[in-house]
Design a protein around this ligand. Sequence first.
Ligand SMILES: [Zn+2]
Length: 182
Amino acid sequence: MSKKPDSTPDDTPTADAESHIQKLVEEFEKRLRQEMPMGPVTLEEIERRADRLGEQVKEAVQKELLDLAGTGYVGSSVLCSCQRSARYVALYKKQMVTLCGIATVWRAYYYCSTCRKGFCPLDAHLGLGRSQCTSAVRARLSRFASFLPFGTAAREIMRVRLSASTVRREAQAVGVLWSRRA
Ligand SMILES: [Zn+2]
């Protein structure tokens, strides 16, 4: 019987993932120390600190996991769907609104001169479409925008600045019928 080579179980983080985990742990410890009260505080103050910490942790985790996903750069050229070669052009930035805040995604952009179109391989990996909001954000916006002004819904619920027209468009994209105006 042949001996199986030492293998890494699928749920063990890679060295790259491990460095992101360590970075997050250090970041969390630093923030936790900042939020730790030096003396007696009210429940409201505890609530405020816990909420702030939670928001910071969400955003930091999202950023690290996105960093881990990379840019989708796979070399100076990549195979296009037409089976010809598409050449690397540059890194393009896309900002997405997620439930964890604004996510800045840097994506390697490739251009196929045969098809005369470009694409970012990372978009497919991350499931990015044309929208600047994730489907979870769109669903939440549409729920709250039914009784709040569009701009207020974005600011109050998502804690982000989105124009009223953007909120309307994103909310309508999930199929909500509008009986009111912003
Ligand atoms: Zn092509």
